[in-house]
Write a protein that binds this ligand. Structure first.
Ligand code: PLP
Length: 360
């Protein structure tokens, strides 16, 4: 808890004071030094330990979208089929990236607030006219607050189409909702969500099979060539200039998560979501995506007398706290309350109190 907490948004999230202090040391750090390599190595090791990874993740200087593009580029080649679930803005983004890279996108769409059924997934895999090179999911579809059951999806894909690579965008769920990375070939996480950092760093976790595929796949990219990055990171440095301040911040974040313990972190995030949902209902809101509730964000329609499009600004003016609006078909009708990262159930209670004052 910080007394000046402002961001109840599903990313960027509030950055804890001690992380800001750690990042501010960057003025005196050069990346091609043993001092920096030691910090980098500690980050690699503790990240892998905390999230039970078979090997350290790749740290990539990029926003999350760059991580999604890098993942696709190192697995697929132009003309190959890339299936993706589109149930919101970020599912849609998988399709847009695939199209931009010259792949052949195959969409499985679902209503906002819903996920796909196991039957739909099975049928798509069984009836595909061409081999599906990769299938892309969101763990948390941030635009709708749906936590897709990706581990169940993964079992189906492995059974029905074992050659297909499974890519999971866990940008907004990582360190908030548990995920066994072994259910995927590539998992992508982002810095500005539950990892409590500013934007600009993403994390790629590849299976051995994905690394083998990357060896034979032409990524068509210089910067997003993950093999080059892996080679440098095996020496605990990066191929290109790393975001030094973010690595220093990550070092502190990982210490914080280890001090609290990941089971406790996941429990706190779950509590945040439960307190938020129950409190919103008491205030007359209608919560959405109720069949797939996420620990990190709660979407809700305000009571009739409240203008959803004005509520985020109203709240900033009245108490300095920021919640998020929504996009596309939910724009102006729905608000999204983020409660990932450093937020506690008490913080959510306080927000709800402020919200109750703001809507009278
Ligand atoms: C699930 C998900 N995927 C992808 C992105 C895109 O990440 P970025 O904005 O860091 O490029 C976001 C950002 O909000 C997200 O929530």
């Amino acid at each position: 808890m910080t007394s000046d907490m402002l961001l109840f948004t599903p990313g960027p999230t509030t950055i804890p004071e001690r992380v800001i202090t750690a990042m501010s040391q960057c003025a005196s750090v050069h990346h091609r030094t043993s001092e920096f390599e030691k910090i980098f190595a500690t980050c690699q090791e503790s990240f892998a330990n905390l999230f039970a990874l078979p090997e350290p993740p790749l740290f990539l200087a990029s926003s999350g979208t760059g991580g999604l593009e890098a993942a696709l580029r190192n697995i697929c080649e132009p003309g190959e089929t890339v299936a993706f679930v589109n149930g919101g803005k970020f599912g849609e983004r998988w399709g847009k990236i695939a199209a931009a890279l010259g792949f052949s996108p195959l969409e499985l769409s679902c209503e906002w607030g819903e996920s796909i059924s196991k039957e739909e997934l099975t049928n798509t895999l069984r009836n595909a006219e061409t081999p599906i090179r990769a299938i892309c999911f969101q763990h948390l579809e941030t635009s709708t607050g749906v936590l897709h059951p990706v581990e169940e999806f993964s079992e189906i894909v492995r059974q029905e189409s074992p050659e297909t690579f499974i890519l999971i965008d866990a940008i907004s769920s990582f360190a908030c909702s548990p995920l066994d990375v072994r259910c995927a070939d590539i998992v992508i996480a982002g810095s500005q969500k539950a990892l409590m950092l500013p934007p600009g760093l993403c994390f790629l976790m590849l299976s051995e099979r994905a690394w083998q595929r990357a060896e034979e796949c032409d990524s068509g990219s210089f910067y997003f060539n993950l093999l080059a990055e892996r080679k440098a990171q095996k020496r605990s440095n990066s191929a290109w200039t790393p975001p030094i301040s973010l690595i220093l911040g990550l070092h502190e974040v990982l210490k914080m998560l280890a001090e609290e313990g990941m089971p406790e972190v996941f429990h706190r995030q779950d509590q945040n979501a439960k307190v938020c949902r129950a409190g919103l209902v008491e205030l007359g809101f209608t919560t959405l995506s109720d069949d797939y509730p996420a620990a990190g964000v709660t979407p809700a329609r305000p009571p009739k007398n409240v203008d959803a499009s004005k509520l985020p600004a109203l709240l900033v003016d009245s108490c300095g706290k920021r919640i998020a609006g929504a996009q596309d078909q939910w724009k102006g009708k729905v608000v999204r309350i983020g409660h990932m990262g450093s937020i506690t159930p008490q913080d959510v209670q306080e927000l709800l109190k402020d919200l109750s004052c703001a809507i009278v």
